[in-house]
Ligand binder design. Structure first.
Ligand code: ATR
Length: 289
């Protein structure tokens, strides 16, 4: 074993957030430890925004191999790292951190990877380059989705967001492949779209549904929601009723965790129905663990 170990001698990692009690990552890692037989540990680290950089940079001294980072620290973690991957820089946020033996901190972002892996697993015949994508939303999740779709070969992104200025800022960031569509024209923008993604928080339990007519969408369009509570959002129900292929958002959460497990514990774990059940079936999915 390396010298990067937790005090109980198991190789360790964890998740950093504020709050962090709601994070499903410990359920995912516990399942993979059992599945792979790797005796690792995975802990929650609640870190307030005040003094984050200092607390974060002290984590390698705790003997951890790395951490996942969740809200609200994804940007601060990128800024506090010594090095960052191209994906983390393009997305402007970090969610997967590796600590080198010398204490240097490397920041990566696997949200876009998780998004694409989820589509490939859920819709094996889907291809990003089949046509333009329509992305709804301009927050952190949308940034990861846009980056991933462009990397995967989407020829163009139509981007619609309630607050148009935020969409314009993203279009400027990502370049001419991203075209801003007015929020009120989003239904028309489904015409000819190969991929339609809800990257807003609409449709999440407690929020209004995303209103989006799919009448103009091609019969071949793939419709995907990053919301996974509920698993079948009103958008996905409407898409299925129209006969379109759909992919729910849970797989993005599960697939984005794979690179961290691989980097810290040396095995590429599988995203299986049993893992989905483990994450969905535990009490506390919507709240406390
Ligand atoms: P995340 O980091 O998860 O993407 P976020 O940055 O808060 O979260 O972004 C939430 C997204 O959902 C935004 O695109 C937001 O639109 P605005 O930029 O206009 O706020 C979108 N969203 C949230 N509530 C919405 C609503 N009621 N109608 C339309 N869009 C909404």
């Amino acid at each position: 074993m390396s010298d990067e170990q937790t005090s109980d001698n198991r190789p360790g990692a964890g998740v950093v957030g504020w709050p962090v009690a709601h994070s499903k990552s410990p359920l995912i890692f516990a399942h993979w430890f059992a599945q792979t037989g790797i005796a690792g540990s995975y802990s929650r680290f609640a870190m307030p925004p005040e003094g984050f950089a200092e607390a974060f940079r002290a984590l390698p001294k705790a003997g951890l191999r790395g951490v996942n980072v969740t809200l609200p620290h994804k940007l601060a973690a990128l800024e506090a790292a010594d090095e960052a991957s191209a994906a983390a820089r393009a997305i402007g946020a970090a969610n997967t951190i590796c600590f080198a033996a010398d204490g240097r901190i490397f920041a990566d972002n696997t949200d876009g990877y998780g998004f694409i892996e989820n589509l490939r697993a859920g819709a094996p015949t889907w291809s990003a380059n089949a046509g333009p994508a329509l992305v709804l939303g301009a927050g952190g999740a949308a940034r990861a989705v846009i980056h991933a779709l462009l990397e995967a070969g989407a020829p163009a992104i139509r981007l619609a967001n309630r607050t148009g200025d935020k969409a314009e800022a993203l279009a400027e960031h990502f370049g001419p492949c991203v075209e801003v569509v007015d929020w009120t024209a989003r239904a028309t923008a489904t015409g000819g779209a190969a991929t339609i993604v809800n990257a807003t928080s609409l449709g999440m339990t407690g929020n209004p549904a995303l209103e989006l007519s799919l009448d103009d969408a091609p019969a071949t369009a793939l419709v995907c929601d990053i919301v996974y509570t509920p698993l079948e959002t009103p958008l996905l129900t409407a898409a299925r009723a129209r006969g379109l292929t759909t992919v729910d958002g849970l797989g993005m959460l599960l697939h984005q965790a794979r690179p961290g497990f691989q980097a810290w514990f040396g095995a590429d774990p599988a995203v299986t129905p049993a893992l989905r059940r483990a994450v969905l079936g535990k009490p506390g999915l919507e709240g406390q663990p």
